[in-house]
Design a protein around this ligand. Structure first.
Ligand code: UGA
Length: 461
């Protein structure tokens, strides 16, 4: 195969970042979506969501005639050689993944392949539990194309490890590439594409079977989530020991090369469209294998209770929250995105409202999204300073760069009572404690007993 043309089904941050990544290196790319509005935006050069550098690279790809978005998956498949499936796998109520979008994509790809003579490679990029690529994707493509996998078309599962907010950087600089292959020919075609894409210094490439590749992605996310819940668990111990700070503990422990420093930032827990959903899916999948994954269940439980620590710390200072005004700094699940899926701001705000507090919230980009969740239940500020005005307590929820620049005086001058709870450990406790009432997740200080929780089985103990 000379330079293959690429199609990508799904235009979320994985699909579109991958598409723009390929286009940036000269490949011809066709993306497909059923969302008319999204397709028009992409074709006009407007990124449908915020992702650093995406807008610029999308515009360039369109200008170079390297990318277009179509509404018909068939058109995308017929005019390309390799198709990536990057559609979403949201959670069902029982925690398992809803495979509806993947099934639809496979069905449409199958119908297209029915009319195509040349060999075509399909690559699943979406996060799925072991067995899905073979049982769902291969079966549907074979059924609707009347063709045979391994003969008429190839099939791989190649998970992505992109982070939102760094998706393009991660596409161009991955730690490794995983290729799960149905047969050798499929793997060879995909490896050759990646080697061509990454040039002289390709990342390490692991070739394996479909199920192992599927489990690698889940293991990766489950391990990162475990690191976070682990350090949050240690943070909750630190809070009970005056003078001990989890950030120092994490720094020292992270210097052990066997552990490493990443994902040891204690706080109010992990959110987003991946970790919460993927940990749940791995738990549900393990149960289908008659295995109860106690460790993962604990990881999830710790994450669910962790946001309430911030509320508890707030109550430690204020007591009854009825009628108190709380300033919330940050709404998105992490900085550099307006995504609020499973954002920790949601349980925190809901709990504060339940306890009778009034809320003013500010986020540099997520206010529009927050309005679709909280409507007029809360007030929205147009700057951090406005958010702090007349507040009785402030909870720092998302570690945006602009919040890191705030000084103790910004809080003391504007708040009714200067009290700050640092939910993401961005402020220096010494500087802030001298000038105002300050506490933080994982900071052991002389704090009222109520903060520590009287009952070990308390929701946020
Ligand atoms: C995550 C993984 O990091 C990616 O490798 C993976 O490809 C992606 O899921 C996916 O499956 O698609 P993402 O959800 O974009 O990426 O964001 P992360 O940067 O991993 O952060 C997730 C959450 O963990 C955020 O709420 C963040 O605040 C929290 N976090 C992260 C912590 O609380 N502490 C940390 O030390 C690190």
């Amino acid at each position: 195969m000379s330079t293959p043309n690429i199609s990508i089904v799904g235009t979320g941050y994985v699909g579109l970042s991958t598409a723009v990544g390929f286009a940036s290196k000269g490949y011809k790319v066709i993306t497909s979506t059923h969302d008319n509005e999204k397709a028009s935006k992409i074709n006009e050069g407007v990124a449908p969501f915020y992702e650093p550098n995406l807008q610029e690279l999308l515009k360039k790809a369109l200008k170079d005639d390297g990318l277009k978005c179509v509404l018909d998956c068939k058109e995308a498949v017929m005019n390309t050689d390799i198709t990536f499936i990057a559609t979403g796998t949201p959670s069902r109520p029982d925690g398992s993944a809803n495979l509806e979008y993947i099934e639809n994509s496979a069905h449409e790809i199958g119908e297209a392949l029915k009319e195509k003579d040349a060999y075509h490679l399909i690559v699943v990029k979406s996060t799925v539990v072991p067995g899905t690529t073979e049982d769902v994707v291969k079966s549907a493509i074979e059924e609707y194309s009347n063709k045979q996998c391994g003969v008429d078309f190839g099939l791989c599962m190649s998970p992505e490890f992109l982070r939102q907010g760094a998706a393009l950087h991660d596409t161009l600089n991955p730690d490794r590439i995983v290729i799960g292959e149905y047969d050798k020919r499929s793997g060879d075609v995909l490896e050759s594409l990646y080697r061509n894409f990454y040039g002289k210094k390709p990342p390490p490439i692991i070739r394996t079977n479909l199920e192992t590749a599927e489990l690698i992605k889940h293991t990766n996310n489950a391990f990162l989530a475990t690191k976070i819940s682990f350090i949050n668990s240690i943070a909750n111990i630190c809070e009970r020991i005056p003078g001990v700070d989890v950030t120092t503990v994490a720094e020292a422990v992270g210097l052990d090369r066997r552990i490493g420093p990443s994902f040891l930032n204690a706080g109010i827990g992990y959110g987003g469209s991946c970790f919460p959903k993927d940990v749940k899916a791995l738990i549900a999948y393990s149960r289908t294998l008659a295995y109860n994954p106690d460790l993962l269940i604990a990881v999830e439980k710790i994450n669910e209770t962790q946001p309430y620590r911030a509320v508890k710390l707030c109550k430690g200072f204020l007591g009854d929250l009825k009628g108190k005004r709380i300033a919330i700094l940050g709404l998105s699940f992490k900085p550099n995105t307006d995504d609020m899926r499973e954002a920790r701001s949601i349980p925190i705000i809901n709990q504060l409202l339940k306890e009778g507090a009034t809320i003013t919230a500010y986020d540099p980009v997520a206010v529009a999204v927050a309005k679709t969740i909280f409507a007029n239940e809360i007030d929205y500020a147009s700057s951090a300073i406005e958010c702090l005005k007349n507040a009785d307590c402030c909870i720092l929820v998302t570690e945006w760069e602009e919040f890191k620049k705030l000084k103790p005086e910004d809080f003391t001058k504007n708040m009714k009572q200067p009290i700050l709870i640092d939910g993401r450990r961005i402020y220096n406790p010494e500087d802030f404690s001298q000038k105002m009432k300050f506490t933080a997740i994982g900071l052991g200080a002389k704090i009222p007993a109520i903060v520590l929780g009287q009952n070990l089985f308390d929701r946020a103990n």
